[in-house]
Design a protein around this ligand. Structure first.
Ligand code: PNS
Length: 171
């Protein structure tokens, strides 16, 4: 194997917000590859619970001890971002068979568009049921999600939910 070029991969996603499942994948990728770019999608047509900046801030905070991890944003096609960043491989976590259909289509499309490879990493079973949307739904109704997201995210969720639904958060 050539040792001349560092291996740089991307972990793309919406991260609204980052969960322990995402963090597990990012951490494992950072131990396998020289550089990991966490690529946060800017999606102007979809209004998330957190702004793009807030998502980036939370990601930066929870990955600050991982020296080879960088947070970046992208708009448009993932393949264009990867080409510009000289990334040839994306890493995506697979939680369960239900993820597979969607992920396979994206991977095949991306490969067809530019030869961008996708490597699937099985999610740690501890997080196999954790998704950003489920976390938001549980938090919205006052449920405790602190076991499933980093502390900074849990605090921001409580804050955001109490701004949006003062009574459901007990505020
Ligand atoms: O965390 P998500 O929402 O499952 O991430 C999906 C993401 C951001 C990886 C995907 O929607 C994406 O790459 N969007 C950018 C637009 C694009 O390239 N679409 C074609 C992919 S086949």
């Amino acid at each position: 194997m050539s040792t001349s070029e560092p291996t740089r991969v991307a972990c793309p996603g919406s991260f609204d917000p980052v969960t322990n499942g995402h963090l597990d994948i990012i951490g494992r990728a950072s131990r396998l590859y020289d550089e990991v770019i966490v690529a946060v999608l800017i999606n102007e047509s979809k209004h998330g619970l957190f702004s793009h900046t807030e998502r980036m801030e939370m990601l930066a905070e929870v990955t600050k001890t991982l020296e080879n991890v960088r947070i970046a944003s992208f708009q448009g096609l993932l393949v264009d971002f990867c080409r510009a960043e000289n990334v040839r491989v994306v890493v995506r976590g697979l939680r369960a068979v239900t993820d597979f259909d969607y992920e396979l289509k994206m991977a095949q499309m991306n490969y067809g568009l530019s030869g961008l490879e996708t490597l699937f990493m099985p999610t740690n079973p501890l997080y196999s049921f954790v998704s950003s949307s489920l976390i938001k739904d549980v938090a919205k109704w006052g449920g405790d999600v602190s076991a499933h997201v980093p502390e900074v995210v849990s605090a921001r969720l409580t804050e955001r939910i109490s701004e949006l639904h003062p009574r459901s958060a007990g505020g």
